[in-house]
Each structure stands twice: as structure tokens, then as C-alpha cells.
Design a protein around this ligand. Sequence first.
Ligand code: FAD
Length: 452
Amino acid sequence: QPSILWFRQDLRLHDQPALCAAADAGPVIPVYVLDDDAPGDWRIGGAQRWWLHHSLHALARDLESRGSRLLLRRGPAAKVLAQLAGESGAGAIHAIRHYEPWWRAAEADLGERLCLHDGNHLAPPEAVTTGSGKPFRIYSAFWRALQAHLPPEAPREAPETIPAPDHWPDSDALAEWALLPTGPDWSTGFGEEWQPGEAQAHERLADFVDRVAGYERDRNLPAEEGTSRLSPHLHHGEISPRAVWHAIEGQRDAEKFRKELAWRDFTDGVVMALPRYADENGRDAFDRLPWRKGAAAQRDLRAWQRGRTGYPIVDAGMRQLWTSGWMHNRVRMIAASFLVKHLLIDWREGERWYWDCLVDADYGNNSVNWQWIAGTGIDANMFGRIMAPLGQSEKFDAGDYIRRWVPELADLSDAQIHDPDDAARPQAYPHRIIGHREGRERALAAAKAMRG
Ligand code: FAD
């Protein structure tokens, strides 16, 4: 009797425990189900669709090279899988565990025939909890508790051949899903920056292993290639975090990097406990914060989305995001803080924009980081802590980064690039949409109003 291998954000063959279990049991029917219904407002955005198209293409090819195939089906995942099991006579459905609320609901619907495996985390989030069995609210405490589960298991090799069923059930054609942008093709910059797929994920990792030493120094410098850029590969599960962890063994700064890698585990623990964390303030008091709304706020939101705020570091980040589907972590923080504090616009507007534009858009990572920056979250960060975009730009030496992404400013000197005065500012570049002090004071007044 065949079993079904259900791929989700684990589009790989190496260190794929669900694949190993299915292949050990007999013939395997691998399937990816495009479910745009169950996630509701959190169905995957445009940038991720671009990634998914290419990643599924690569996965299908890799499966074929091992004697198998990838079936594509569309619809509510639990229903589609039950139907496929009926058609093919499959018994068990093997899958790696995920923590997005819609996946957990689908898992519950599938009941006993579903065999779940751990494999997308350093340790299963439900195993790393406080003494009273709750997920951690603060990262440093989580990291200390995670130590008891480290090192993670060694990654497993992919089976050389994957047993095929006697009859292959029907599959959609990938092109029918129209995952790539049509009309205006905004994705040309993506192809220059990224190559989705398991093989490329391993190439990126191999390239990064030579650069881990230096991560602590360079990771905050947006003009440098100081981080791994593995996030879209990790989000889509083209590489396992265990493989990443073990590959950098013995390198200087490996510990610092592993501490960042473990953030993914932490954020999934948060959304496991608080499934609506992407929609609801972590602290209720913020339901009373008077966010700006109306035409002026809409105009400011659009200026932020388009990279036309008049703050070079913010604009460089927002244009990098739009053009390449990714933004440097330091700049993600600066741009997010600017939206929430300087423009006093609800963090959920920014979270939504990142969701649609990021190739690594991730339910847990996006919501937890937004709420952390906004100061609305369950952790200890305060709303009154307001990042100074111009100071940050100088401190982290973002001049060349700005020159790359805001070409109107490319000729400015180091002295002018972070904060051009009126004489130096080219006409094509906008005035600041709000002064730093003015924005700061307005945000602090709103926090005071919230407290009553
Ligand atoms: P590296 O520094 O090389 O880190 C390695 C890996 O560790 C990353 O690929 C990522 O998987 C993980 N990681 C590192 N930092 C974080 C972090 N703060 N939170 C969670 N995981 C982390 N990351 C996403 O993957 N998806 C998102 O949707 C996302 N939204 C964000 C929104 C905001 C407002 C902010 C401030 C950060 C967000 N991040 C998100 C976290 C972080 O910016 C990216 O993971 C990182 O920039 C990816 O680049 P890298 O792979 O080169 O990171």
C-alpha cells in the first residue's frame, strides 16, 4: 500500500524525515497542495508565489532523478489529501510538523492517518517551554532552555531511490497555477538575486561557511554581504536548520550565528501559543493606541511602501525589498520602526506589506519581529524606544547601501548621504515627510494617550 508524502514548507529531499519514513514503508506518492483557502488573509503573497513556482520546479526535477514524481493539487489541504488517499488507496500521510494556525487546523482534520515528523526546527517548539509548560515570552530565556536540546540530531541523507506506486494519480500542471507575475512583471530583480531550490540552498550555505567568521562584526552592516541570506531557503524548507547548524561547526562566530538561527524556533513557539499573533496586539493596552488613519496616513503609508519618505536609509530598504524581495535585517528594523513610531501607522499595515513583498515572508518570524519593533508584543520591548534612522544609518555605515538602492543619491558625499541638507538634496529626491523630533514627540504623545 502506498503512502502520501505531503510537502509544505519543507521542499527538500535531504534531512526530510517524512520522506525517509514514507520510503521505508513502501511506495510513495509525493504531493504539494496549494491551499489558498485555509490561511484566509495569510495566503502566500506575490513574492513567495514567485519563489514557490521555481522551488516546486526544482523539487519535481530532484524527485524524478530518484525515480519519483511530484503531484500538484489545489484546494483545502485536508480535503484534497483525503480525496487523494481515496483515489490512490494510500494509507498513511507523512508530513513534517508546522506551526502556522491553518496548518495545525488541517493536521487536526486529517486525524489518525497523518504521521507527523519533526524536522524544520533545531528542537520541537513544544519541547522548549518554561517550567510551567508554556512557551517563552523572552528570547534570552528561550535560548538558555534550548541548550538542553543541543546539538540537534545530525541531518539524514536522502534515499537514493524512492519507491514509486503502480499507478500515478493525476497532477495539475505548474503553469496552470499562474504563480509567476503577469501583466507588469515586477520580478526581474528577483532572478538576479535568487535561485530557489535545494541545490542552491546548499550552495549558499557552502559559500557562507567561509564567511561565518566575521558574522558578529559584519551582520549589522547593510552594505556588506555579512549575513547568510538563507532566509527564503529556510522558510521554504529547502534546507534544514539542522544541516545549517552542523555545517558551521568549528568556525569562529558560529555561536553568534546559531543564536540568530534559533530565532525561527522561538517565533514558532510564540505562534503555537498565540495563533492570532499576526493580527492581535500581544498586549491588550495597545488596542487603545490612537494610530493615525485617514487620507494623510494613507499618503504616508504609500510613501513608505515606495521608498519615498525622504529618509535615505528607510527608502533604500524599502526599494531593496520591492526590487529583490528581501531586506537586510538592520534595515528591516529601521524601516519598521519608522512606520510605527515616526508615522504612527499601525504595525499591521507594515507587516502586511512585508508579507506580500518578502520572499522569506514567514508567519512567525514576521509577526514576532513586527510586534517586537512596535513594542506591542508579549516581550519586554517598550513602545517609547524609538530608533533614530539617521543615526543608525551613520553608525552602521550604510552609505554604499543607499547609493546602490537610491540612485538619485549616488553622487552624494559620505558627509551628506545619510542626511542630505537642502542644498545637497537632488530635486528628484523627496523632502522628509516628517521631522525626526516631530515624529518622536507625536509617538510619545500617542503612548501617553493610550495610558490615559
Ligand atoms: P542571517 O543573519 O544569516 O540569519 C540566519 C537565519 O536565522 C535567517 O535566515 C533566519 O531564518 C533566522 N533569523 C535571523 N534573524 C532572525 C530574526 N530576527 N527572527 C527570526 N529569524 C531570524 N525573517 C524571516 O525569515 N521572515 C520574515 O517574514 C521576517 N520578517 C521580519 C520583519 C521585521 C520587522 C524584522 C525586523 C525582521 C524580520 N525577519 C524575518 C528576521 C530577519 O530580518 C531575517 O530572518 C534576516 O534578515 C534574513 O537574512 P539572513 O538569512 O541573511 O539572516
